[in-house]
Design a protein around this ligand. Structure first.
Ligand SMILES: Nc1ncnc2c1ncn2[C@@H]1O[C@H](COP(=O)(O)OP(=O)(O)OP(=O)(O)O)[C@@H](O)[C@H]1O
Length: 354
């Protein structure tokens, strides 16, 4: 639904060049919630603003729903019209809501429809329908100043949906909200994603946002995407920074001659009693050193760091059993005498290369 290739943005600032985006290749599938996370200055805002051409990329292409927006932006006056039309299939939600304080809630939502030339009666019908969708049917005649932060963001979301977009871009939509309101706005975005089949691209600096609603995520650093994939793919990637931050597990071996293993559960495997089966089948005592279980996008997912007695070579069979159950298994610490090749199993290497 959204593809960027080699997207680059260089700002000129007081005679100095700042590279905010440095060749970003992004792929957002239709119907998914995709989160881009990164620290301040990583280039997240530049990315989202380039995706709807609010900011003109220095080079590279942006395609949304099959339309190359960068090509439209490049051609004369007619291009402006085509770009505006293409943009109406992209809604945008802002951190500080960007509502007009002198207009009622209903009139704020009608604004993009006015620009599109929709008739008064149709605008009003659509605005009231959207207010109902975001749970604010009784606030049509209120002014933004009379609303809470969460309600203002609901209006911002309704306005973003006015043109019936296929894509919603969210620029830190919950950063100005308290935790409870954040949860309700994220839930609303999730519901809209499911009900309307809306593709959502959001940027955030909060891992909790990614954990709560994202199907896929990318980590940005210094204008580049350094990791990207579905949450399951990330969890299955050994050494993934995003996976480690989504599901941090720690814990040291309790003594020498121990095998420490990080086990990642997702999908069906998450509900199977694999640890007790392992213990019973191989008659081994298993210690749990650390664990993080959670629900991501409605699916149970988690990580556990366990310890088995004995060196890695004595545990090849039980570790193989875990893999056979469909679990992602990573050897954290094998006895120093075990060659690296043995500790890094071929299965893991293969899975890592996917
Ligand atoms: N209009 C501009 N002119 C010059 N430099 C800019 C401009 N906008 C952004 N930058 C620079 O580009 C880099 C990336 O900024 P950007 O706002 O995209 O990052 P960000 O990840 O969204 O950060 P934040 O979370 O703080 O908003 C930064 O070094 C920033 O100073």
């Amino acid at each position: 639904m959204i593809t960027t290739t080699g997207l680059t943005k260089v700002y000129e600032s007081r005679g100095r060049q700042v590279t905010a985006l440095d060749g970003v290749d992004l792929h957002v599938r239709e119907g998914e919630v995709f989160g881009v996370i990164g620290q301040s200055g990583a280039g997240k805002s530049s990315l989202i603003r380039c995706v709807n051409l609010l900011e003109r990329p220095t080079s590279g292409t942006v395609t949304v729903d099959g339309v190359d927006l960068t090509a439209l932006a490049g051609r004369g006056r007619r291009a402006g019209k085509d770009l505006r039309r293409a943009r109406s299939s992209i809604g945008m939600v802002f951190q500080h809501f960007n509502l007009l304080s002198s207009r009622t809630v209903e009139d704020n939502i009608e604004l993009p429809l006015e620009i599109l030339g929709v008739s008064g009666a149709e605008r009003s019908r659509r605005a009231l329908e959207l207010l109902d969708l975001v749970g604010l049917a009784d606030k049509a005649k209120a002014y933004p100043g009379q609303l809470s932060g969460g309600q203002k963001q609901r209006v911002g979301i309704a306005r973003a949906l006015a043109g019936n977009p296929k894509v919603l871009l969210s620029d830190e939509a919950t950063s100005a909200l308290d935790p409870e309101t954040t949860r309700s706005i994220l839930q609303l975005l999730r519901d809209l994603n499911r009900q309307l089949g809306l593709t959502v691209l959001l940027i955030t600096h909060e891992m909790d946002v990614v954990k709560t609603i994202c199907d896929s995520a990318a980590l940005m650093r210094k204008g580049r995407i350094v990791e990207s994939g579905t949450v399951s793919e990330l969890l299955a990637t050994p050494g993934s920074e995003l996976a480690a931050e989504l599901f941090p597990v720690t814990g040291d071996a309790t003594g020498p001659d121990r095998t420490v293993v990080d086990v990642t559960f997702h999908g069906e495997a998450a509900t199977q009693p694999v640890i007790s089966q392992l213990s019973r089948t191989y008659n081994v005592d298993i210690s749990i050193l650390g664990a993080a279980m959670d629900t991501v996008g409605g699916r149970q997912i988690g990580r556990m760091r366990i310890e088995l007695p004995g060196r890695y070579e004595e545990n090849v069979v039980p570790v193989g059993f875990l893999r056979e159950q469909g679990l992602q298994v990573e050897i954290v610490e094998a006895d120093a005498t075990v060659p690296a090749q043995a500790a890094q199993s071929p299965v893991l290497a293969k899975e890592g290369a996917k």
